[in-house]
Design a protein. Structure first.
Length: 117
């Protein structure tokens, strides 16, 4: 499986962006697809996860209520809808796949999101 992110860019605080992660190859119903991010000078942190088959979602507290993760099984694509963006959301966002949250074996190349104040 290969993962390719897109949709990053520059947005003003309070604005919205939607990131996409297109997957190639087979995805199992038990696969966890996650979004993580790494801000300037910061450690990489978990953002959101979705279980491919059941569609169960999980979010970091910092984005809960503002970000929404979803998937399109037919297109084999995972989305991250980001609303009410804040400058502290500025980061490179990575898509990842694995057996569970925190156990990601495959990573995309990342897409940069910059939120201006």
């Amino acid at each position: 499986v290969q993962l390719v992110e897109s949709g990053g860019g520059l947005v003003q605080a309070g604005g919205s962006l939607r990131l996409s992660c297109a997957a190639s190859g087979r995805i199992y119903s038990s696969t966890s697809m996650g979004w993580l991010r790494q801000g300037p000078g910061k450690e990489r942190e978990f953002v959101a996860n979705i279980r491919w088959g059941a569609g169960t979602t999980y979010y970091a507290d910092s984005v809960k209520g503002r970000f929404t993760i979803s998937r399109d099984s037919g297109e084999k694509t995972v989305y991250l809808q980001m609303d009410s963006l804040k400058p502290e959301d500025t980061a490179v966002y990575y898509c990842a796949a694995g057996r569970s949250i925190g156990d990601y074996a495959l990573w995309g190349q990342g897409t940069l999101v910059t939120v201006s104040s």
